[in-house]
Design a protein around this ligand. Structure first.
Ligand SMILES: Cc1cc2nc3c(=O)[nH]c(=O)nc-3n(C[C@H](O)[C@H](O)[C@H](O)COP(=O)(O)OP(=O)(O)OC[C@H]3O[C@@H](n4cnc5c(N)ncnc54)[C@H](O)[C@@H]3O)c2cc1C
Length: 385
């Protein structure tokens, strides 16, 4: 019934199998406890590094495997299908490392990339602030150049994924506060630098095992070499990376949605009400038929976007379509599937309940779905901001 996916080779599928075995051994037995404590154990990062599951796409000179992006696609799919949403490998592998690879100096690459690939360092990216999320031009954190060429970093960030474990944070700061977006730069900030403090880990509706933190910078003195990319070009770097970052959310949204449908089909076959399985009722069957149709359509669209991305042809507006439409769909699928589970769908021990809670943020982070529509309409030549 499903349309065969044509993206993956036998090597990709072998990687999928080995990553599944890794999840069974190193994540599944612990994820519930990690949800309780609010963060994953640091050891899972080192184990992932040892087993070649970090930064696979980096060239081997920097500790990676020179793998194509499909290996990361597989990781996103598998983690979200299993509900292991505490694991922040995706952001580390496919946002932090690529920024350094693309914009870093040779010295920065040699210093940081092998450590990210081995799991010795955990990476994070800090854009959002209490007063600046969608509107990143409003960032207040500043890094002011000093007479000796160093920078003085001041400000605070919030909602930072991997923030509490992070050893290395790419911080977005104003280097020319009067110049708006054109005065924004990126900095590599390391754990332990005087003045860099972690705030509290934030309690969340979902992604409960994901450490999401506040970060504070009080007169952190950054050497000139901490600048990532060209001065005042930070916003351009952020914009260039958007298609892949948004597609990552779409990939996980489709995988989580398909897994939810699969759980629900199994559940409604078993659960009997008024003497027959819930799956026999027309409402159940039609609801699942509609959801399965939409998820199939989404999968084909997302696979096409992946293909375009790999050919360097995916534009930001199309990636924004994928992000907004699939994350809206994910929330709809979870809501309908919870309903078909009845009261059990409200119990934390059921995967559908966690999947429902985890889905909600997908419409918010990575640029809210309203911002996605702004991007799409701008590409259509429609005004507004
Ligand atoms: C779990 C989690 C993890 C995150 N991880 C990170 C991370 O690792 N690094 C990081 O930097 N950030 C991270 N974020 C922050 C995230 O990217 C922001 O929350 C998001 O961009 C929205 O910004 P905001 O929260 O300030 O909402 P706001 O910008 O205050 O938006 C509030 C509402 O206004 C709407 N809105 C805003 N502007 C417009 C407009 N122009 N037109 C119409 N509607 C508009 C929004 O769509 C939204 O509905 C994370 C957030 C969460 C919840």
């Amino acid at each position: 019934m499903t349309i065969e996916r044509t993206l993956f080779t036998a090597d990709h599928e072998a990687f999928r199998d080995s990553f599944r075995r890794f999840m069974d051994k190193e994540i599944a037995p612990f994820h519930d406890d990690w949800e309780e404590q609010g963060y994953v154990d640091r050891a899972v990062w080192s184990k992932a590094g040892e087993n070649g599951f970090l930064c696979m796409a980096l060239p081997d000179t920097y500790g990676g495997a020179g793998a194509d992006l499909l290996y990361s696609v597989i990781q996103f799919e598998e983690l979200w299908a299993r509900g292991f949403t505490g694991i922040g490998f995706g952001l580390h592998n496919e946002i932090v490392a690529p920024y350094i690879l693309r914009y870093g100096t040779e010295a920065q690459k040699q210093h940081y990339l092998p450590k990210l690939a081995s799991g010795e360092m955990v990476g994070a990216i800090a854009m959002s602030e209490p007063g600046a999320g969608s509107d990143l031009q409003a960032v207040k954190t500043s890094a002011i150049r000093q007479a000796d060429g160093s920078y003085l970093l001041n400000g605070s960030k919030t909602f930072i994924t991997n923030g509490w474990h992070a050893d290395l944070v790419i911080v977005v700061a104003k280097t020319d506060p009067a110049a708006g977006a054109k005065g924004t730069s990126l900095f590599l900030v390391e754990r332990g630098m005087p003045g860099f403090e972690k705030g509290k880990r934030l309690k969340k509706l979902g992604l409960k095992a994901q450490d999401t933190s506040e970060l504070f910078f009080n007169d952190v003195r950054l050497p000139a070499e901490a600048l990532l990319g060209d001065i005042n070009r930070g916003f351009v770097c952020l914009m260039e990376q958007l298609p892949w970052e948004r597609l990552q959310i779409a990939i996980s949204a489709v995988a989580a949605s398909q897994a939810a449908i699969d759980h629900t089909v199994a559940y409604v076959k078993e659960r009997k009400v008024f003497g027959q399985p819930v799956g026999n009722y027309q409402n159940t069957r039609y609801t699942l038929a509609e959801l399965q149709t939409e998820v199939q359509v989404a999968q084909v669209f997302v696979d096409k976007c992946i293909e375009l991305l790999m050919a360097e042809k995916l534009d930001t507006a199309t990636a924004s379509m994928a992000k907004y439409w699939t994350s809206d769909l994910q929330c709809k699928v979870m809501d309908e599937c919870v309903q078909l589970h009845g009261g059990y769908g409200f119990m934390w021990e059921y995967p559908i309940t966690r999947a429902y809670a985890d889905a909600r943020v997908q419409r918010i982070y990575g640029g809210t779905n309203e911002i996605m529509k702004e991007v799409i309409t701008r590409a259509m030549g429609l005004g507004g901001r």
